[in-house]
Design a protein around this ligand. Structure first.
Ligand SMILES: Nc1ncnc2c1ncn2[C@@H]1O[C@H](COP(=O)(O)OP(=O)(O)OP(=O)(O)O)[C@@H](O)[C@H]1O
Length: 309
């Protein structure tokens, strides 16, 4: 059985069109597919939890129609079911997971190729925990976990009253430009203590720190150009002691991954990271934002099978 969890509103309402056109071209799949539609933010996670509990032994492949936000919700919904194979059908606006996995950015093509060739390979999701006392508070992330500037940009963009308007005008990326400029004026650099693979390090005048599972974040920005999909190491990118104008330059070079040449940008590999801050810190996981004072990050111990190259 193929299960499809579909965000009908992702990427300007593309999901339904893709599914209908696929099933009309390949009607032999109609009876093998069970479809579930998310109705509000957070619903895809609940649907995935229910689907996992009822059907996990019968699922040949779980198709996730949406963007990175929908993927984040569904993966957290099936956290307890690592054996469910997953295909991400990129109908969102950013679709960084598809870029990182080098799968088609064309949703129809990804759906067709996944059903025809399967192409399942292991993928190691990241796990983060902001409340150390409560292990059930662990969450998965697929692409990137970011602290500081990028997280504040995402938070400002997500809660802006202009978001709906920009989305309606199909100008979603402009809301992030708005968030970036507003944050540039307001942001105060942070001081963080890190425990990296057991070794302590202090970072001051910190603008952002990202923990990457593959090169992309924020809709095609190559924040960690050297990151590879692997079982035990993240690529960590730190931006420190940088002027506001140079930070703008960074955001214009990051699409090609050239920002790592700037002296204010450092990268390193790490398998476990613990992060502490004396002031409340904004973070973003695959675009979802939250607040914390500390965070533990590691790779999920068991790999999951996903369609990727
Ligand atoms: N029926 C719905 N109505 C409104 N929002 C929804 C619905 N279903 C899911 N959502 C929310 O839509 C948001 C955006 O989805 P998603 O991130 O998948 O698409 P996107 O923003 O177009 O793509 P990307 O994240 O790749 O840029 C998610 O936060 C999700 O919670």
């Amino acid at each position: 059985m193929y299960v499809m969890i579909i965000n009908p509103k992702a990427g300007n309402y593309k999901s339904q069109e893709v599914l209908e056109s696929f099933l009309s071209d390949y009607p032999q799949y109609k009876n093998k597919c069970k479809t579930f539609y998310s109705e509000y933010p957070g619903h895809a996670e609940k649907l995935a939890q229910q689907v996992g509990s009822f059907y996990h032994q019968q699922i040949e492949m779980l198709f996730i129609f949406g963007g990175d936000g929908t993927l984040y919700e569904v993966m957290n919904g099936i956290k307890a079911f690592p054996d469910i194979p997953v295909s991400f059908v990129p109908t969102g606006s950013g679709n960084d997971f598809a870029r990182g996995c080098k799968t088609p950015l064309d949703a129809y093509e990804q759906l067709r190729a996944s059903l025809k060739y399967k192409g399942l390979k292991p993928y190691w999701f990241g796990v983060y925990q902001t409340d150390f006392k409560n292990p059930s508070n662990q969450r998965l992330f697929s692409t990137c976990l970011g602290f500081g500037f990028d997280a504040e940009v995402a938070e400002r963009a997500n809660r802006s009253f202009l978001k709906k308007w920009f989305n309606r005008m199909r100008l979603k990326s402009l809301i992030y430009v708005f968030g970036l400029i507003a944050t540039l004026f307001i942001y105060r650099p942070k001081r963080l203590s890190l425990n990296i693979n057991g070794e302590k390090k202090e970072f001051d005048d910190l603008w952002m720190l990202t923990v990457s599972n593959h090169p992309y974040f924020g809709g095609g920005m190559k924040i960690a150009p050297e990151a590879t999909i692997n079982s035990d190491e993240f690529t960590v990118t730190v931006v420190q002691k940088i002027s506001k104008w140079k930070l703008l330059l960074l955001f214009s070079t990051v699409f090609k991954g050239k920002h790592t040449k700037l002296k204010e940008v450092h990268t390193f590999k790490a398998s476990t990271i613990e992060l502490f801050s004396s002031e409340q810190l904004t973070y973003q996981a695959d675009g979802f934002t939250g607040k914390c004072y500390k965070c533990k990050v590691s790779k999920e111990s068991k790999e999951r099978m996903v369609v990727r190259n």
